[in-house]
Design a protein around this ligand. Structure first.
Ligand code: UP5
Ligand code: MG
Length: 196
């Protein structure tokens, strides 16, 4: 990867805060590729011939962070595919890095991030959203037991990553508790000039 040619924005925030929803809206309007680390792991889990199916399944249900060796390779491959096939080189990386070692490793071996878009929201709101989605999502972690574990991992393991980037003045914080359109409006007003 040539850091001069690719651009990475990390998108972080608690479970159900709306990372995926906002990224989907952003790619409609701006020339970015949306890569969700969680989606890539779920795909890999059901891919025929993978060695990691059972491991990913267990980690996701328990709300634990899959070892970074697995996740970083999936992200690198997805980035390479996009660069080669569609000459796209600007990425919104959703739900990653969520542990300090991943943050350091990714920025060392792939590329330093431009900044982190961080969505903040209270747990009650996120719980309601996830339980609602759980009625139809088929996601093994959209149940109360897994949700509580995900919150705990987020606070203990992922918030230090946000704080680390905050220390580098590389975090843009947006209130994720409003309506989808209101959040999107805030996102665009905060970062539109950096999405060009
Ligand atoms: N919704 C969204 N925004 C709304 C709004 N403003 N108002 C009202 N409703 C709103 O949204 C969640 C739901 O809320 C949807 O139904 C949506 O319509 C509604 P979504 O956009 O999906 O939120 P998101 O933040 O993307 O929630 P998600 O559940 O995907 O977040 P997680 O961070 O928990 O899940 P992720 O897929 O990233 O990771 C899952 C697991 O994979 C992790 O727990 C972990 O075990 C593993 N993982 C790793 O191990 N390593 C990684 O690097 C990444 C993941
Ligand atoms: Mg998501």
């Amino acid at each position: 990867f040539d850091p001069k040619e690719i651009k990475v924005i990390f998108v972080l925030g608690g479970p159900g805060v709306g990372k995926g929803t906002q990224c989907a809206k952003l790619v409609k309007e701006y020339d970015f590729v949306h890569l969700s680390a969680g989606d890539l792991l779920r795909e890999e889990q059901s891919r025929e011939g993978t060695d990691y199916g059972d491991l990913i399944k267990t980690y996701i249900r328990e709300g634990k962070i899959v070892p970074m060796e697995v996740t970083i390779v999936l992200l690198e491959n997805a980035m390479k595919r996009n660069i080669q096939q569609s000459q796209k080189s600007k990425f919104l990386i959703d739900g990653f890095p969520r542990q300090m070692d991943q943050a350091l490793k990714f920025e060392e071996v792939v590329v330093p991030s431009q900044f982190t878009l961080f969505f903040d929201c209270d747990e009650d709101t996120m719980t309601k959203r996830l339980l609602e989605r759980g009625k139809t999502s088929g996601r093994s972690d959209d149940n109360m037991e897994s949700i509580l574990k995900r919150f705990r991992t987020f606070k203990e393991t992922s918030m230090p990553v946000v704080n680390y980037f905050e220390g580098q003045k590389k975090v843009v914080k947006v209130d994720g508790g409003k309506s989808i359109d209101a959040v999107y409006k805030d996102v665009v007003s905060h970062i539109a000039d950096r999405l060009k």
